[in-house]
Write a protein that binds this ligand. Structure first.
Ligand code: SF4
Length: 428
């Protein structure tokens, strides 16, 4: 196990790979893995390049894909996973809820070599629905069986909403929200607790869950099932109550040598993002923090990828380690392939904006682009663009008469004009 080896001061192949890929000091990485402030995603059963997340490492990007009950197209989901990888996602999560979930997950795992996470409670709900039961009738056994199935298949990290406890659900009556809960997994648990009048099985049997994870050296992503779904609900009692429960669970995971990350909101007003990140870091003893966006306004339907990228950049600057993308289809529909691409690119830009401040190699990319722009080298500018195909298409569609410049200013090109005078080609 990564944590156990790190505590012995031993560098695993995964640690060596991550340190070398990111150009970071291996001893520092070992120390951060040992104390839980960095994790390395890699299920022992998954033949994939490991990905490190957390202290001292670059900010990473996750893309969610997966079917819904309304739209089931396995080939499209595989394509989306490939697109996400191509445009810079470090990980993907298969959040399928429609069709044959086992088949979809296994197809994606087989066809796209990328670190992958899931939310096994969706599968537990699927087992119940297949039997003709209601979601709240899923058994504790269904829940743990789903986790075990995913781990056996090679899933590297699983979202577990163990912070949605009976106590938290009881508080929901006193702390009413405008939007309610928007996490599917969190809501399944809350409804299950209310219906069965029992404690959340993942919370109650957390040690057993850790045993399963340890067997595969998989990471638990402690899901924020009570995250706010709108700005008026941000940073409320329910969110913070859950965060402190999650903080306790992080410590229990560390005691068992299981790697843990913590999921965060959601929807946060721009001036509360930094406080949210700092609070999460304090409550969880600096566990890697994985934010879903966050979205800084509620009115950006159709453009929520931009909304999420704004929040993601601010969160990452404040210390968030892992950004979950948001697509333009958020709040409206299951994203299509183009929307997955746009979501990944927007979030990749947010992560890169922070990484280039901290990592020399990421800054080189921008430096090279600045040079190419200053020298009006168009081929190089296109080659260095985050989405080359799109950059090339735009230039070609509106190609200038003088290929030295672009059609924005044409012969009035400021860069060209100044260079000509500085070089002495004009004004003599
Ligand atoms: S034409 Fe204008 S926009 Fe285009 S490169 Fe020159 S200064 Fe920049």
């Amino acid at each position: 196990m990564q944590v156990i080896e790190a505590r012995r001061g031993i560098a695993t192949e995964e640690m060596k790979f991550v340190a070398s890929k990111e150009g970071v000091d291996l001893d520092k990485l070992i120390r951060n893995v040992a104390n839980g402030r960095a994790v390395i995603f890699k299920n022992v059963k998954h033949d994939v390049e490991p990905v490190g997340v957390g202290k001292g490492l670059k900010v990473k990007v996750n893309a969610n894909i997966g079917t819904s009950m309304d739209i089931v197209d396995v080939e499209a989901e595989i394509k989306k996973a490939k697109i996400a990888k191509e445009y810079g996602a470090d990980t993907i999560m298969d959040l399928s809820t429609g069709g044959d979930l086992d088949l979809i997950r296994r197809r994606i795992l087989k066809e796209v070599k990328i670190v992958m996470g899931t939310v096994p409670i969706y599968e537990a709900a699927w087992y119940a629905l297949k039997r003709g039961d209601a979601i709240v009738e899923m058994s504790e056994d269904d829940m743990f069986k789903a986790v075990e199935t995913h781990l056996k298949d090679g899933i590297d990290f699983v979202t577990i909403h163990a912070g949605v406890t009976k106590e938290a659900v009881e508080k929901m009556k006193d702390f009413k929200r405008i939007v309610g809960t928007v996490s599917r997994g969190g809501t399944f648990h809350a409804a299950w607790i209310l219906h069965n009048k029992k404690e959340n099985p993942f919370y109650k049997n957390f040690d057993y869950l850790l045993e399963l994870l340890a067997e595969y050296d998989a990471t638990v992503s402690l899901g924020d099932g009570l995250r706010p779904g709108g700005l008026p609900d941000a940073t409320d009692f329910l969110q913070i109550h859950e965060l402190y429960t999650i903080g306790k669970l992080v410590r229990r995971a560390r005691e068992k040598g299981v790697q843990a990350i913590v999921e965060g909101p959601g929807h946060i007003p721009i001036d509360q993002i930094e406080a949210n990140v700092k609070m999460a870091k304090i409550a969880t003893d600096e566990a890697p923090f994985y934010v879903l966006g966050p979205l800084v306004t509620d009115i950006a339907s159709g453009y929520d990828h931009i909304n999420g990228a704004i929040g993601g950049a601010i969160a990452a600057m404040a210390g968030a380690d892992f950004l979950c993308y948001v697509t333009p289809a958020e709040h409206l529909a299951l994203p299509n392939e183009q929307e997955v691409k746009e979501g990944v690119i927007a979030t990749r830009i947010a992560a890169h904006a922070v990484n280039l401040i901290r990592f020399r190699d990421e800054y080189e990319w921008d430096y090279e682009m600045s040079r190419a722009r200053g020298e009006l080298r168009w081929g190089k500018q296109i080659k260095l663009s985050i989405d080359r195909k799109n950059a090339e298409k735009i230039r070609k569609e509106r190609y200038p008469e003088n290929p030295e410049v672009c059609t924005m200013c044409g012969e009035l090109c400021a860069i060209k004009l100044l260079r000509e005078y500085l070089d002495g080609k004009k004004g003599e």
